[in-house]
Design a protein around this ligand. Sequence first.
Ligand SMILES: Cc1cc2nc3c(=O)[nH]c(=O)nc-3n(C[C@H](O)[C@H](O)[C@H](O)COP(=O)(O)O)c2cc1C
Length: 267
Amino acid sequence: MDVSETLSTHRSIRKFKAKPIGRDLMGQILKSAIDGSSSSGNLNSYSIILTQDPERKSTLCRMHSDQNMIEEAPLLITFCSDQHRTRLWLKERGAADSFDDLLGFLVGAFDAVIVAQSLTLAAESKGLGVCYLGTTLSNATEIASFLELPDHVYPVTSLVVGYPDESPQVRNRLPFTSLVHHETYREFDRERLLETYRQKEISGWDRYRSYPEIYNKIKDLGIDNLAQFYTSSIKYSKTYHNQTSLMLMQLLRDKGFIAETEISTEN
Ligand SMILES: Cc1cc2nc3c(=O)[nH]c(=O)nc-3n(C[C@H](O)[C@H](O)[C@H](O)COP(=O)(O)O)c2cc1C
């Protein structure tokens, strides 16, 4: 498949065959992803951790809120922002110390996400399916400990990878004109806002209500539209966001990306 065909047929896969991914294919996909990914200063400030061992995959499955596809798929990949390796090299070569700060974390996180998306494209072009795991952030502290991540290495996202055992529909995106702005940001008036979400409010609402357990919770909580569903206790509630954000900030401190002391404003 060429690149645009791979992109236009993308859909997340959540059911996988037991079939393993051959060593050569896995090597090829990883190499393509690395070769095809820009990175800040070409420092490749990321690490890619492969989990194939079934027992370790099961443990990580629990840490990823029991998303069963992790046990089904032959491969789970955790992408980490990594300033540890670069910092070792800086020290070794007598360079000034740096990158142990928020900017260092963000630069590594962008590098990690860029290589994850390149890997997605490489894998899908070879007939494999993938699904991102947002639970990497929800349970980052446990995952970091299980993967034995040293200081200045922080898990940012994960992909399950394998041969698809389902063929879901390609999902719609928000309208092109609501995502692309020319020259300056075009603010949304009420009419344009509702038009932007009109199709999603129909398809998303139908989709979530097609799962009986979600349907029942939606009824119990008196949720009557898709927007209310998104920030309800079933999906991305404020409490979940607050608690997870606090945990992520603590992990940034623990991993050495945020100094404990106040930043001096003196020269
Ligand atoms: C950062 C990120 C985290 C995600 N986390 C999960 C997840 O934990 N579980 C899951 O089933 N899908 C997850 N997804 C997949 C999205 O639900 C999916 O991309 C979205 O619904 C659009 O569907 P599509 O990928 O099939 O086009 C995640 C996607 C992204 C980009």
